[in-house]
Unconditional design. Structure first.
Ligand code: FAD
Length: 442
């Protein structure tokens, strides 16, 4: 069994199905390590783990499968409202932290950090699994267990390069006390699988929170960004922020030589087609469906124009809703309930990417005879125009992800390419509006 599990894991890694959640590394007692995190960031099997380990590693792997319906039934009562796009939800809100320092330091409304800090203060948890920037290597992300509000705040904001939270499963298991856990959908899928088999590594986890998830980028995005500014050595980075300052924030890099490089987030998004982690295009979960509470940006002109940061917040479980209601009652958080359709409309672009695009891409892989992840359900029957649009998107990713295209992108000043990208994105959104919204939400 052991050898089979490891062969299967090799196949997941070799076929672009690995989302780098980190579980195999965390569970392997040193038999599996991440290769170069500034390169492909793939797990490498340095020696065969024993049978028991190999089997639990394989069981925890979300790259091969994650049965959405099975785990929804397991973790959410049957009467929990559900939509195939949003997942289970009790209530959906637009909100923000009423503590200005938290809201300002955070990615959008500071909702996730606020919740963690409140849970710590109320002693409902003893620690929170969060992801900040590494102190030793400030160009890389590092997950850790925060035990104070300041530590939680130090890890706020979204990190748009690859992270592997479950790498620290041994720390989570060894921790004395209750934990809240924050992760991306793939990472949480693995935690849910481990909870389902009562694995000791996750027994301290009492609350699961997570951001919405469009995509992540390879580390090459940082190197390329720096090269565009004439900086050749990422090891000279002193501080790296993905969303510095007031919403939506700037990508900001502070160098050892005191140089500060900053570009508005929307312009820095030009890096996406050049450096996207291809596996994120197979993920079918935008709003982090297996959490107690998930949070995304509130993408609507009415909030975007006001700046400051507004989040969409989905309370999925009873305990998630209780937390939000308590925070609201204590005046720590502003929350205004919205309806399901409004929530879907606000993220129609993202739902199209994940709930249509991903299933089309999975279908294309099947047609090419490539292994695909099994999510226990499939969405199909989209208009032909949507399939054609997907071919255009994939061709663009293929061309722009190539070395020559990346090289050329570095010749253009980021302020210019960023503006061009933002204009192209707006035109693309307008021109594909009907294709993407056709039957969306039905
Ligand atoms: C890779 C990525 C892609 C995203 N894509 C979208 C999108 O397409 N649409 C959308 O509406 N929102 C997206 N978000 C979510 C959005 O950026 C905010 O994180 C969300 O609105 C929560 O904001 P907040 O102010 O409540 O979070 P904060 O209070 O800033 O807290 C964020 C929490 O998330 C954790 N975290 C941050 N980055 C990571 C990471 N990479 N891996 C694991 N944990 C992490 C931090 O440790 C922190 O605890 C994305 C986030 C990430 C990290």
């Amino acid at each position: 069994m052991s050898a089979k599990s490891i062969d299967q894991l090799r196949s997941v890694i070799g076929h672009n199905l690995c989302n780098r959640c980190g579980s195999c590394v965390g569970l392997s007692a040193g038999s599996i390590v991440f290769g170069d995190k500034t390169a492909s960031y793939l797990p490498e099997i340095v020696r065969e783990p024993d049978t028991l380990l190999a089997d639990s590693i394989w069981e925890a792997c979300p790259g091969k499968n994650f049965d959405f319906q099975l785990y929804r039934r397991k973790y959410y009562p049957q009467d929990t409202p559900f939509h195939v796009y949003t997942g289970p939800y009790k209530k959906i809100f637009i909100g923000y932290s009423r503590q200005e320092d938290i809201r300002r330091a955070a990615a959008s409304g500071g909702v996730l950090s606020s919740i963690l800090i409140w849970l710590l203060e109320k002693k409902l948890i003893d620690g929170a699994v969060v992801t900040g920037m590494s102190e030793a290597e400030p160009w890389l992300c590092k997950s850790f267990i925060a035990t104070t509000p300041d530590q939680v705040l130090s890890a706020s904001q979204s990190k748009y390069i690859i992270t592997s939270v479950n790498e620290i499963l041994p720390d989570i298991e060894a921790f004395k006390g209750k934990l809240a856990y924050v992760g991306l959908p793939g990472q949480i899928q693995s935690i849910r699988k481990l909870q389902a088999i009562n694995h000791p590594s996750v027994q301290n986890i009492k609350y699961i929170l997570g951001p919405f998830y469009g995509n992540t980028l390879h580390f090459s995005s940082i190197e390329s960004f720096l090269r565009s500014y004439g900086e050749k050595n990422y090891r000279k980075i002193k501080k790296l922020y993905f969303r510095y300052g007031e919403w939506p924030g700037n990508m900001r890099i502070e160098m050892e030589n005191e140089r500060v490089i900053e570009l508005p987030k929307f312009h820095a998004n030009y890096l996406i087609p050049f450096h996207i982690l291809k596996n994120s295009l197979l993920c079918t979960d935008l709003s982090n469906e297996f959490t107690d509470i998930s949070g995304g940006d509130a993408w609507a002109p009415v909030y975007e124009e006001r700046g400051k940061g507004f989040s969409m917040v989905i309370a999925r479980s009873a305990q998630g809703l209780e937390i939000l209601e308590a925070l609201q009652k204590e005046g720590r958080m502003q929350l205004d309930e919205i309806g399901l359709q409004e929530a879907i409309d606000m993220h129609s672009h993202g739902y199209d990417l994940k709930k249509r695009g991903s299933f089309i891409r999975i279908r294309f892989r099947e047609l090419l005879g490539l292994p695909v992840p099994d999510f226990g359900y499939k969405l199909k029957g989209f208009p032909l125009s949507r399939y054609l649009m997907e071919i255009v998107i994939l061709s663009l990713f293929l061309i722009l992800g190539s070395r020559p295209a990346r090289f050329i992108s570095e010749m253009v000043p980021p302020s210019l390419i960023g503006k061009l990208f933002e204009n192209a994105r707006i035109s693309w959104k307008k021109s594909t509006h009907n294709i993407k919204r056709n039957n969306l939400g039905e």
